[in-house]
Design a protein around this ligand. Structure first.
Ligand SMILES: *Cc1c(COP(=O)(O)O)cnc(C)c1O
Length: 394
C-alpha cells in the first residue's frame, strides 16, 4: 500500500483518475486507545462500520479484541483475527448462520429480542450431548432515541412485559445473561444512555433475574461540520453512573460496541471535479459510493481543495453531484470551498471512515476506488490536539 504525508502529496504524485479512499490507521488506533483507557469494560468494535484491513489492523494493534458482528460473512472475516472474541449481535439471524457461528467459528455470544429467536439459538447450538451450556445471551431491549442523528429504535428491541418474559426465559438457558440496547447512531448527548440504563433498571426489576453482563451498544458520536457532540468523557461518566444503579451482580461485566467513534476520523476520500456548473460541482464519487449519508441523510463532511493554492480566500457554499445518472445522487451540503474551484481540481472530503466505503456499491460502473495511507491528521478530530481550521467551517 502506498503511503503519503498528506492528500496533497498523493495528488501531486498520482493525479488519480478514480476516487481514492485514504486511511489514517493512526487515527483509528488513537480512538481505540482512548476507549480502552477510559471505558471500564470490554470495547467491542462494530465491524460493519468499516472492515478495511488497515483499520482493523490498527484497532487490533491498539488492543481491541472484541468484535460485534452481524452476519456470517463478517464472522468468517473476523474469525481470522487472532484471539478475537466475536459477538453475534443481530437480533434476527438465519438458522444456518447461528449453527455455523457456534460450531465452526467458536462464537458463544448472541443477542436476541424474542422467545422465537431464543428457541432458534438453543436448537441450532445444541449438540449430541444436549443443549449448549456455554451461551452468553444478550437480550436486546428497546430504548428511546434521544438526540441521535440516526435513530434505530423501531427495528429491534423488546419492551415491557414481553422484555421481562424474554429475560426470564433466556436466564434459564444462558451461562451468562446479558442485557443490551442501541441508542441510535451519532448520539449527540449522554442523556440517551442515562435514559436507556433507566429503562434497563426497570426491566431487570420487572423480570427479577440475575444479570451477568451489560452491553451499552454503540451510538457514540464523532465530529462533523455543524455536529459538535458533548465530550466523549461525559458519555462514559453517564454510563458509569447508570450502571452503578442497576440491580445486577457486583462483578457485572460491561461492554460497549462503538463503530463510528472508532473509525469515522480514520478515512477520507479524494475526489476529482469533473464539471462545475455555477455552484454545483460534479465529482467522481457520490451517494451510491462513500458519500451515501451525505446524499440520503443530508450529512455534511469537512471538505478542502487540494493540489493547488486557492486563488483568494472567499468560500462559496457548493452542492455536490455524484457520478451516476440518478438525480438522487446529490449531496446538498452545503460544502464551503474556495470560489475558484474548476474542472480537474481535487477535493479531500474528510471523516468518512464510518459507513462510507462499507456502504458503497458499484451502480452505473462507479464504485471502484484507489487506496492509500496518509500520515497526517484527520480533518476534524475528537481525540487529537489539532484540526485544520478550514475543517471547522460550516
Ligand atoms: C451498528 C451497530 C453498532 C455500532 O453503532 P455506531 O453508531 O457506529 O457506534 C453497535 N452495535 C450494534 C448492535 C449495531 O447494530
Amino acid at each position: 500500500m502506498e503511503r503519503y504525508a498528506s492528500a496533497a502529496e498523493l495528488v501531486a504524485v498520482r493525479r488519480p483518475e478514480r476516487p481514492v479512499v485514504c486511511s489514517r490507521p493512526h487515527a483509528a488506533a488513537r480512538a481505540a486507545r482512548w476507549f480502552i483507557d477510559n471505558f471500564k469494560g470490554d470495547v467491542a468494535y462494530a465491524y460493519k462500520a468499516n472492515s478495511s484491513v488497515f483499520l482493523i489492523g490498527a484497532l487490533y494493534g491498539a488492543g481491541i479484541r472484541h468484535f460485534d458482528v452481524a452476519s456470517l460473512p463478517e464472522i468468517e472475516d473476523a474469525a481470522t483475527i487472532p484471539g478475537a472474541e466475536l459477538h453475534f449481535m443481530h437480533p434476527v439471524k438465519s438458522r444456518e448462520s447461528i449453527r455455523r457461528a457456534y460450531h465452526e467459528h467458536g462464537v458463544r455470544s448472541f443477542s436476541l429480542d424474542t422467545e422465537d429467536e431464543l428457541r432458534k439459538i438453543v436448537e441450532e447450538t445444541s449438540g449430541p450431548s444436549g443443549p449448549a451450556r456455554d451461551l452468553v445471551l444478550f437480550v436486546r431491549v428497546a430504548v428511546p432515541a434521544i438526540n441521535s442523528r440516526i435513530p434505530l429504535e423501531r427495528k429491534f428491541g423488546a419492551s415491557g412485559q414481553k422484555a421481562a418474559r424474554v429475560l426470564v426465559e433466556t436466564r434459564r438457558v444462558a451461562a451468562d445473561l446479558g442485557i443490551t440496547f442501541h441508542v441510535g447512531s451519532q448520539t449527540m448527548t449522554p442523556d440517551a444512555y442515562v435514559n436507556a440504563l433507566a429503562e434497563v433498571q426497570s426491566l431487570i426489576g420487572k423480570a427479577g433475574v440475575v444479570v451477568d453482563r451489560v452491553d451499552v451498544g454503540g451510538g457514540f458520536p464523532s465530529i462533523y461540520p455543524g455536529m459538535q457532540p458533548a465530550p466523549l468523557k461525559h458519555f462514559l461518566g453517564a454510563i458509569e453512573e447508570g450502571v452503578d444503579k442497576l440491580p445486577v451482580r457486583e462483578d457485572v461485566r460491561l461492554m460497549c460496541e462503538p463503530g463510528r467513534a472508532l473509525v469515522a476520523e480514520a478515512e477520507s476520500l479524494i475526489v476529482r471535479v469533473e464539471a462545475r456548473r455555477g455552484n454545483d460541482l460534479f465529482i467522481n464519487d457520490g451517494g451510491y459510493g462513500v458519500l451515501f449519508d451525505a446524499a440520503h441523510l443530508g450529512w455534511t463532511y469537512p471538505a478542502r481543495l487540494i493540489g493547488r493554492e486557492p486563488a483568494g480566500d472567499a468560500l462559496v457554499p457548493y452542492e455536490l453531484w455524484g457520478p451516476t445518472c440518478d438525480s438522487i445522487d446529490h449531496m446538498k451540503g452545503p460544502f464551503p470551498l474556495p470560489g475558484c474551484i474548476r474542472e480537474g481540481d481535487y477535493l479531500e472530503i474528510g471523516n468518512v471512515g464510518a459507513y462510507g466505503r462499507a456502504i458503497a456499491g458499484d451502480f452505473n460502473g462507479y464504485g471502484k476506488y484507489e487506496e492509500a495511507i496518509l500520515d497526517d491528521e484527520p480533518m476534524m478530530t475528537l481525540y487529537g490536539e489539532t484540526a485544520a481550521p478550514e475543517a471547522l467551517l460550516g
